[in-house]
Each structure stands twice: as structure tokens, then as C-alpha cells.
Design a protein around this ligand. Structure first.
Ligand SMILES: [Zn+2]
Length: 247
């Protein structure tokens, strides 16, 4: 039997409707929590998604070396995300077009590659984000995503000013930028409230929000795209959840 995303979310929500099986781990600084290989259901599930999403035939399949839980940046941050997800869920439940839209605002777990300038994630004890403003990974770990940062590294934004994620890990890997000589690569796994998504196959670079009645844009392969991507235009539609370390 195939273990689906919906199964995972069902198994990972308790009666208090927490986002994950794990209680959010809170520190005065947002330290990562290492996950134990094969002891954590989340690890195995994300590992499967990572390898399944490695689609570029030109890229050798990497090996996952470890994984970490990214804590919520703050209670307020978590609350804003939940409020946003609930608002999307409410709107869609009143007018569903597809069954999965109504399920927690069509929340999905998607990959995001970014710049790392420090040692975060390299070893079991490298769990504290740095203060280097150019280290986008640590910025996201500490404060979550910011749509205003869109395009600061990649001038071309296919679907305009938004936050880009993908189910294709090898595509997210294109946006993982490490220091020369880095021994490992790190990729963020995010929770994304995809909601009702507007599908496009061709670039629409001037977009600043999803079309009326939609919550995101999904680029479908064909047309201008070789691999899928999903764009949200609202900071509270996404939170970092896990960090995958691979080589
Ligand atoms: Zn850093």
C-alpha cells in the first residue's frame, strides 16, 4: 500500500491539531533538532520524498547524511501560519472543487534550496543558526520565509515575486549554494499551504499574487518548465520544517 501525504498528515496530527508529530522544540535561539535515522517516521517519509523527487537524469543521485527538525521561529509565527491555513481551509470547504483542497488548506511538504554560508547542519552539534546576513538558510531558520527576499539571488523569477518550492528535490538542489569546498549540501523541507492552485506552463514574471480565487501558482512541466514548482505569495503560507543534509 502506498503511504501518501494525506496519510502522513493524518498520522502526524493529534487532537490538539499540532502541525507535526513532534511537539515544537523551543529554545531561546532556534536550534535544530537532529532526527535519528530509521527511528523517526518523518525521517523515512521525507527521505522517500527526497529520492523520489530527484528527477534530473544528469545529476547523480545523492546520499542523505542526516536530517534535522527546524523549530518554529516563534509562537506568533506558528499561530499566523495556522490562522492562514485555517482561513484557506474555510474558504475552500465552502466551495470545494477537488477533495484534497479541503484537507488542511491543501498543505503540502515541498523542497526549497537556498544559500548557506556557515556550518549549520554539517554535524550533530552544528545546530545553531549563524548571524551572517548573507546566510539565507539561517535567515529562514530564524525568521521563516520573506517574500521581499524574492529575486535577491536569482534575478529571473518565472512566476513573479513569490516564495518558490518544488516537489522535485533535484530542482531545489539547483538553488542550493554552498561555500567552495563545502563537504555537504543542505536543503529545506517546508510546509506549504497550497490551497487552490492556478496551473501555468508558461512564465508570468510580473505576478505579485495568485489570481483571484486562488492561493498559489503551480508550474506544470511542459511549455517553459521541465520540472514542477509551486509559488506562494504570502509569508504566512509557508514555514520551514526540516533540513535535509546530503552529498
Ligand atoms: Zn548560517
Amino acid at each position: 500500500m502506498v503511504y501518501t501525504l494525506q496519510d502522513w498528515f493524518r498520522d502526524h496530527r493529534d487532537s490538539s491539531e499540532d502541525l507535526t508529530y513532534h511537539e515544537p522544540v523551543r529554545y531561546s535561539t532556534p536550534r535544530l533538532t537532529p532526527m535519528r535515522y530509521q527511528k523517526e517516521p518523518d525521517f523515512l517519509w521525507i527521505e522517500g520524498e527526497f529520492y523520489k523527487g530527484w528527477l534530473h537524469p544528469s545529476k547523480p543521485r545523492p546520499t542523505i547524511l542526516g536530517m534535522f527538525i527546524i523549530p518554529y521561529p516563534s509562537d506568533q509565527s506558528l499561530e499566523r501560519y495556522r490562522e492562514y491555513r485555517h482561513s484557506v481551509e474555510s474558504v475552500l470547504s465552502s466551495n470545494p472543487k477537488r477533495p484534497q483542497e479541503c484537507f488542511y488548506g491543501n498543505e503540502q511538504v515541498l523542497f526549497h534550496g537556498t544559500t548557506r554560508r556557515c556550518q549549520l547542519g554539517v554535524g550533530w552539534f552544528d545546530v545553531s543558526p549563524c548571524d551572517d546576513a548573507s546566510c539565507r538558510l539561517c535567515g529562514i531558520v530564524k525568521f521563516s520565509f520573506d517574500v521581499n527576499r524574492c529575486g535577491t539571488r536569482n534575478a529571473f523569477t518565472r512566476f513573479g515575486r513569490g516564495i518558490y518550492t518544488t516537489s522535485c528535490s533535484s530542482k531545489a538542489d539547483d538553488y542550493v549554494h554552498e561555500k567552495p569546498g563545502a563537504q555537504v549540501r543542505c536543503m529545506i523541507v517546508s510546509r506549504v499551504v497550497v490551497g487552490r492552485t492556478f496551473e501555468l506552463q508558461h512564465s508570468a514574471v510580473t505576478m505579485t499574487e495568485a489570481p483571484l480565487g486562488y492561493h498559489s501558482v503551480t508550474g506544470r512541466p511542459g511549455g517553459d518548465l521541465n520540472y514542477p514548482e509551486t509559488v506562494v505569495y504570502h509569508n504566512d503560507a509557508i514555514r520551514p520544517a526540516f533540513l535535509v543534509v546530503y552529498r
